[in-house]
Design a protein around this ligand. Structure first.
Ligand code: HEC
Length: 133
């Protein structure tokens, strides 16, 4: 009886610790945040870098309270593209205007660029469904 309990304990321990080892490296490799929040992560980038020109430049208002409704599934004013297509950064003007590709005129912010981390935050927000979260 006692031997059986010990055997079960060892079995449990090995299976649990192998689970832990399986998960560990995946977590380490995933350097980006799991979920990007529009209000906590994206809007602050707009506040810091974009709203000096974007209460109105390009008919685009990126100020808090207005930005989301100006972006998601909205046709661009200067290009034949949607500003943000949920789950599809490559077809979202917002992303193509900040990714350095120059595929839609000047890179934004005009005269500069966002950091790689900021670009990835916006990209990930779009790829996660561009939620109003
Ligand atoms: C110094 C002024 C300035 C800043 C700062 C700036 N923009 Fe712009 N933006 C413009 C101007 C002018 C246009 C219109 C010309 C064009 O499309 O390139 C524009 C156009 C755009 C458009 C296209 C809108 C449309 O529907 O045609 C997007 C998207 C955009 N900006 C995003 C951003 C983002 C995101 C930031 C901050 C990271 C930013 N901009 C910062 C001046 C600015």
């Amino acid at each position: 009886m006692k031997l059986k309990q010990i055997a079960i304990t060892i079995l449990l321990f090995t299976s649990l610790s192998s689970c832990y080892k399986d998960v560990g490296p995946i977590d380490d490799a995933n350097t980006t945040q799991e979920n990007v929040s529009f209000s906590a992560d994206v809007q602050p980038i707009f506040n810091q870098t974009c709203i000096s020109c974007h209460p109105n430049s390009g008919n685009l208002d990126l100020t808090a309270g207005n930005a989301y409704n100006q972006l998601v599934n909205v046709n661009a004013s200067g290009y034949s593209a949607k500003r943000v297509v949920p789950n599809d950064a490559e077809n979202s003007l917002l992303y193509k205007k900040i990714d350095g590709s120059g595929s839609y005129g000047s890179n934004m912010p005009l005269g500069g660029s966002l950091s790689v981390a900021q670009i990835n935050t916006i990209k990930q927000w779009i790829e996660e469904g561009a939620q109003n979260n």
